[in-house]
Design a protein around this ligand. Structure first.
Ligand code: ZN
Length: 291
């Protein structure tokens, strides 16, 4: 099927929240990892999300070019071509865009979709993440709001983040983050809903002790009740329709029971990067060694 359009993507998210499940959002860096992810969705008879990080985009453009937006565009075009061959829905997303990459990553990708829509073509990406979690909340929300206003005009969903996901990913190291910053507060979750709810459709990476990278089960102090309390604060103040679409980052190494618990609190997208990097590279190494 063609890559999901806005209505289909919204329906995917709504069904997931109602049905208490989350889509796998797989980070890709090459056409072969795209192909593997989509085949796995199809084998599981599941719709899914393919996502590209700034580092993944840069890698995909090749060392001689090193353009993170160009590499992401290239991978997205590949997804548009191969997704047609499968009978599941695929949505396209970009991962963490920190404030310093707005100009070189996020804006060129939004512009690409704007250009395509002006010609009557479908969006290149369905959604993008802006990660302003390193900024003070007011500044983060002001930037998120501006970006969502622009995205909404082109039926692009924006993912935002408050709090900090611990660990290390894509060269961003949050291993020394003070523990209290790893947990979003209910007040923050309400403020995000109040600021962005009237502007457009968005997803939200609220942090609850989640950490990027692989950790032995039990090493990560996940507190899913943070999400529960936050969603309750949002719905009691703003009503059920303002309940967040939550995103779970850094799930590698988490207990299945904890992952399941977060689904009850509105997690509809679960990012998977480290685990699939291992799933991809280990058999390659194994084959090389054996043969
Ligand atoms: Zn993440």
């Amino acid at each position: 099927m063609p890559v999901a359009n806005y209505e289909q993507y919204c329906e995917m998210l709504e069904k997931a929240r109602e049905g208490r499940y989350a889509y796998p959002a797989i980070n890709v860096t090459s056409t072969s990892t795209v192909n593997a992810a989509i085949k796995a969705f199809a084998d599981a008879k599941s719709d899914g999300i393919i996502q590209v990080s700034t580092g993944g985009g840069k890698f995909a453009s090749g060392q001689g070019v090193g353009d993170m937006a160009l590499g992401a565009i290239s991978l997205a075009q590949h997804v548009h071509l191969v997704a047609e061959k499968y009978d599941i829905l695929v949505a396209l997303h970009t991962d963490h865009c920190h404030p310093q990459y707005i100009e070189s990553f996020l804006l060129p990708l939004i512009e690409e979709t704007e250009k395509r829509r002006a010609k009557g073509l479908p969006n290149l990406f369905n959604s993008h993440m802006f990660d302003g979690s390193e900024l003070p909340l007011d500044k983060n929300m002001a930037l998120s709001k501006d970006l969502l206003e622009r995205c909404a005009k082109s039926q692009i969903i924006l993912e935002v983040e408050t709090g900090v996901v611990g660990g290390e990913e894509d060269g961003v190291n949050n291993e020394d983050t003070p523990a209290d910053k790893l947990y979003t507060t209910s007040e923050e979750m309400v403020q995000v809903a109040e600021t962005l709810g009237p502007v457009g459709t968005f997803m939200y990476a609220a942090t609850f002790g989640n950490v990027h990278g692989v950790y032995k089960p039990g090493n990560v102090k996940l507190r899913p009740e943070i999400l529960k309390n936050g969603q309750e604060a949002v719905t009691s103040k703003l009503g059920e329709k303002n309940k967040h679409y939550l995103v779970f980052h850094g799930g590698s190494g988490s207990e299945l029971s904890e992952i399941h618990e977060t689904l009850d609190y509105g997690v509809i997208k679960m990012n998977i990067d480290t685990d699939t990097q291992y799933a991809y590279t280990r058999p390659v190494v194994d084959h090389m060694m054996k043969n």
